[in-house]
Each structure stands twice: as C-alpha cells, then as structure tokens.
Design a protein around this ligand. Structure first.
Ligand code: NAD
Length: 355
C-alpha cells in the first residue's frame, strides 16, 4: 500500500461503557441544554429506550420505524419533530432506527445522539438511506452524522443470538470491504484490522452466551471500529451487492450481509493478496476465506439467500443492478456473469469459491 493518501476523520464524541448509557445521555443532554428531545425507538427497542432515557425529559417518543427508511416514514417523523419544536434527536436502536433519525436530521439539521443496540454501525457514518418504490437511495451528508454516540453493551444483551451473529458479520463486512473500497488507505485499514480482530474475539463469546458482557463489549467495540473504517474508505463490492438485495428485494439487512460476505471475499481474495493476508491474520488463521467460513460456521450464521426471501428468478436482475454499481477500485474486474456466479453460490449456500 502506498503511503500517499487523502484521509478524512469524521468528528464525533464517543462514550463507551456497559451500564453507563442513561447517565451518559443525561449528562450529554444537560451539557447541550436541550429542551425538547425526540426519542426514536421501535418495537423491541422501546423498553431499552425507557431505560436509557430515565434521566431526561422527553418531549416526544416516536416508534414508527421500518427497515431501510421508507420515505413516507421519514416524512411522518420530520413532521412530528417540527410540530413538537424538537431540538435534539435521540435514537435508541439498530440501523433502521438510527436511519430514521438521520432522515430527520437530513432535512432539519437537528443534532443526533445515537445509542446503538445492534452492530450495524450506522451511528458512525455520514451516510443516509431512503427507500421509495423498491429502490434504495443513499447519500453522504455531514448533517446526518450523529454528534455523539453512546455505546452500552448491556443494551445489546437482548439482541437474539441469531441476529447478534448476523449483525456482527455485518460489522465484519464493513472491515473486509474497506480494504478495497474507493478511499482505502492505511488508517482505515488499521481500523478495519482491529475491528475484525475484536469482532472475531467477541462474537463466539456472544454466541455461547448472549449475556456475556465481555463478548458484548468486544463485539460492540469492533462494530464501532468497523463503521469508522467503512465511513472513511467508502462502499465497495460487498456493500453494493447487499444494497441492491436489501433495497430491491427487501431482504433482511444483517443476514444478507452475513451470507454474501464469504462469497465476495472468495471472489476478490486472489486479486487482493495483501488484503487477504490481513484478513486471515486478523481472524487468527492463514487463509482468509477458510478463516471467515470457519468463523461463520462456528457462529451458525445463515448461509443461503434463498432462505431469507430471495427468489431464483431475481438473480439475473440482481446481478445486473449490482455489477453496474460496483466501483472501479474493485481488485478484480467486475462482470455481470461474475456477479451472477457469486450470487448463485450465495443463493444456494454452496461453499464460497473464487471462480
Ligand atoms: P434493524 O435496525 O432493522 O434491527 C433489527 C431488529 O432488531 C429490529 O426488529 C429491532 O427492533 C431489533 N433490535 C435492535 N436492537 C435490539 C436489542 N438490543 N434487543 C432486541 N431487539 C433489538 O437492523 P440493523 O441490522 O441494525 O440495521 C439495518 C439497517 O441499517 C438497514 O436499513 C441498513 O441499510 C442500515 N445501515 C445503515 C448504515 C449507514 O451507514 N447509513 C450502516 C449500517 C446499516
């Protein structure tokens, strides 16, 4: 890797500590002098939000959240924020909840304090996403970057093991894809490497015992590093494919990432030996693909896109849409046929291979 680069570090306060979220949020709200706080949290996150916000006054609880931020949901949340004269957005939840807060911030400029409860990593990026008519649009805007992130591993203990594992592999995917992304550089590669090492150390502990706080801490810290590396390096082959699968066919985000990642790695690794070596070492092995497959299998993560709702008849279109979006930084030349083969293997759940 050349030591000539152009790197941007996004400015964000990060507060990390198990059992500390409520106290950290109360202090943050006090420092800001916020008078009208809108708390965004849906379904299973609502109970967590009650705990986290126990020390602050809340002007508005908003729970109308859906995956991939449908435009209609964004408009509803924006109107609610305006109606209540909101001056601070607090999101407590996974990437869908953070995403809705970002949609409100995008048009209002309101600051966000994000309290993540999964390993998706949206809280550390300035990327927003909105979905309309089965097409997902994303963009980059510093207004959507949460000003403060409050991490508390206790809040992740209720995340079911299956979702924890898939979400953790979503974090790992940020790291892997960072290594050949358009703005890959030595700084984001260092963050990605430590992110992979930490996630690989934490996730097996979480899978063995979802209340293992040390495992939860490691996984959450790794997820944060992964998101910082991804925000810096940009989106590459893996994310472009998963973006198409999630936005066009409404597949579950974390599981889709977990399934596709070994296939993208197998596809690119022969053309990216430095990245492959880095990944293998970070995962504690000698071969990148074998190490990732061993981790995935040890975690009993999902393996086949056909099991999460993709139809075989969608594969041609998905390959075309994905191939058109993959950036030229990809280490291996991209063809529709190559992506189709990769997607076919991911759809059937066969062993990842480099063909
Ligand atoms: P999610 O936010 O949809 O959450 C999945 C489910 O887990 C939900 O039902 C939620 O209620 C539940 N949940 C969350 N935390 C929980 C907890 N601690 N205990 C129990 N249940 C809990 O899924 P996700 O994978 O976190 O996020 C996916 C979304 O985030 C996608 O739309 C994706 O595009 C977006 N995303 C955006 C970025 C970005 O940079 N903009 C980065 C990563 C992900």
């Amino acid at each position: 890797m050349s030591l000539e680069f152009d790197h941007t570090t996004l400015g964000q306060r990060v507060l990390f500590g198990a059992g500390r979220a409520a106290a950290n949020l109360a202090e943050e709200v006090r420092l800001r002098g916020s008078a009208a706080v809108m708390v965004i949290a849906e379904g299973r996150e609502a109970e967590l939000a009650r705990r986290v916000t126990s020390g602050i006054d809340v002007a508005l609880h908003h729970d109308d959240v859906a995956p991939h931020v449908p435009v209609a949901k964004a408009d509803k949340a924006r109107a609610a924020a305006q109606e209540h004269g909101v001056d601070l957005l607090v999101s407590v939840g996974g990437g869908s909840t953070t995403g809705l807060a970002k949609a409100v911030a995008l048009t209002s400029g309101l600051p966000i304090v994000a309290v993540p409860t999964t390993y998706a990593g949206s809280e550390a990026t300035n990327v927003w996403g909105l979905t309309e008519a089965a097409r997902k649009t994303t963009g980059v805007d510093d207004r959507v970057l949460p000003e403060t992130v409050i991490y508390d591993a206790e809040l992740t203990c209720s995340l079911p093991v299956e979702l924890s594992v898939a979400s953790g592999l979503n974090g790992l995917a940020h790291c892997v894809d960072s290594l050949w992304a358009p703005r890959a550089d030595p700084i984001n590669a260092a963050l990605a490497t430590e992110g992979m090492r930490t996630l690989a150390a934490g996730l097996p502990k979480v899978a063995a015992d979802p209340h293992d706080l040390e495992g939860r801490d490691l996984a959450l810290y790794g997820a944060y590093l992964s998101a910082v590396s991804f925000a810096s390096a940009g989106s590459a082959m893996h994310h472009k494919i998963c973006h198409v699968l999630g936005g066009t066919y409404d597949l579950p985000h974390a599981q889709t990432h977990a399934i596709v990642l070994p296939h993208v790695l197998a596809h690119n690794a022969p053309a990216a030996p430095e990245a492959a070596e880095r990944i293998a070492h970070a995962l504690g092995g000698t071969d990148a693909v074998a190490s990732l497959v061993a981790l995935r299998d040890g975690l009993a993560a999902p393996k086949a896109l056909r099991d999460v709702g993709l139809r075989e008849s969608d594969l041609d279109e998905a390959a075309e849409l994905s191939a058109a979006a993959i950036p030229p930084s990809n280490p291996r030349p991209v063809t529709v046929e190559g992506v189709r083969r990769l997607l076919t293997a991911a759809w059937t759940g066969t062993a990842p291979e480099s063909s």
